[in-house]
Design a protein around this ligand. Structure first.
Ligand code: UD1
Length: 325
């Protein structure tokens, strides 16, 4: 099977490319490099020893998106391409709605034209809003609290409507919890531009002495140590979830899966695990809560295990281990 991976130069996309190639899939990668670099493409080729075509296209450009499908034989698409920073989405909502919705529409239109109906979408646990039930099952109520989250929900809705209109579509929505960690070569790390928003890239900057100290956002949550609890998942386990979805989801429909470990860790537990495994100290201060944050979020991943035969295997220590290159 030949898979178009959009956003394949990004953090989750690049790890998924490696796992797909190692599982025997052929890939074509499209990425506008707006939040990634072509170096990732060279690393993927270096790690796997395999070649594949790369197109630096902006999927908001409908003509160029359609051209891509004319040039390359494609059997299915994994759609990672999208903006992902919550704070930025609040400041620049139109940029988020345009990029995250138009690119999906263009890819789907091009697929439909060419009779390709196999689509895997990069969704997020953000669609559960502030969850009422823990661990969170796939049937939990959906809501969004910021434009980024809205784009994920709207894309999900668009895909459900699409299947209703034409039941040849085979759509999988993968709802990611908190991916961290990286390839054992250290070559495909989550390395955002500027000051990171997410916990692990921030901790790594402190470890590298590029930032002074971690700011822990709140220690008065109703959690065991007062800091926020999340379901951190190794990005390679997450990438394997995509391979499992392609391998197992052969029937048309809208298939929805949580990709998480099922275990929640607090911010301070992550800091401690990071310090132990990397033999270092991460200085931190307690700051007020961050607007929009929730106390606890962790998955019920049992549906993915049952139906995809997939389960996250890597420990928090493996997720925290820094590889020096
Ligand atoms: C965030 C987004 C989520 C998105 C995900 C991936 C919010 C509210 N949610 O998830 O929608 O899908 O990123 O991009 O932004 N923390 C600190 N100090 C820091 C950074 C984080 O204490 O410098 C804490 C947070 O309060 C939270 C935990 O660490 O308790 C994880 O935060 P983060 O890595 O940003 O992920 P989420 O907020 O869960």
């Amino acid at each position: 099977m030949r898979i178009l991976v959009t956003g394949g130069a990004g953090y989750i996309g690049s790890h998924t490319c490696v796992q797909l190639l190692e599982a025997g899939y052929e890939i074509v990668v499209a990425d506008d490099l707006s939040n990634s670099s072509e170096t990732a493409i060279h690393y993927i080729k270096g790690i796997t020893g395999k070649e594949f075509p790369f197109y630096p296209v902006d999927l908001k450009d409908r003509e160029r998106t359609e051209q891509l499908f004319e040039l390359e034989p494609i059997d299915g698409v994994i759609h990672f391409a999208g903006y992902k920073a919550v704070g930025e989405s609040v400041e620049r909502p139109l940029m988020y709605y345009e990029n995250n919705l138009v690119s999906t529409m263009n890819v789907l239109q091009a697929m439909r034209k060419r009779g390709i109906f196999h689509f895997v979408f990069s969704s997020s646990a953000t669609v559960y809003g502030d969850p009422e039930i823990l661990p969170i099952p796939e049937e939990a109520p959906l809501s969004a609290t910021n434009p980024y989250g809205c784009t994920k929900l709207m894309n999900e809705q668009m895909l459900k409507d699409l299947y209703q209109s034409d039941n040849r579509w085979n759509i999988t929505l993968l709802r990611y919890f908190n991916p961290i960690g990286g390839h054992p070569t250290g070559l495909l790390a989550d390395n955002p531009n500027g000051i990171p928003n997410n916990l692990m890239p921030y901790i790594i900057r402190v470890y590298e002495n590029k930032l002074d100290q971690l700011h822990v956002y709140g220690n008065d949550y109703p959690t065991p140590d007062g800091t926020g609890v999340r379901d951190y998942i190794h990005v390679i386990d997450l990438a394997d979830g995509h391979v499992a979805a392609l391998d197992r989801m052969k029937e048309p429909g809208v298939h929805i899966f949580n990709l998480g470990t099922g275990t929640g860790y607090s911010v301070l537990e992550v800091v401690r695990a990071f310090e132990n495994v990397n033999k270092c100290r991460i200085p931190y201060v307690i700051d007020p809560r961050r607007a929009g944050d929730i106390a606890m979020c962790y998955a019920d991943p049992s549906k993915a295990e049952r139906e995809l035969g997939w389960k996250a295997r890597r420990s928090l220590e493996e997720m925290c281990k820094v590889v020096l290159i």
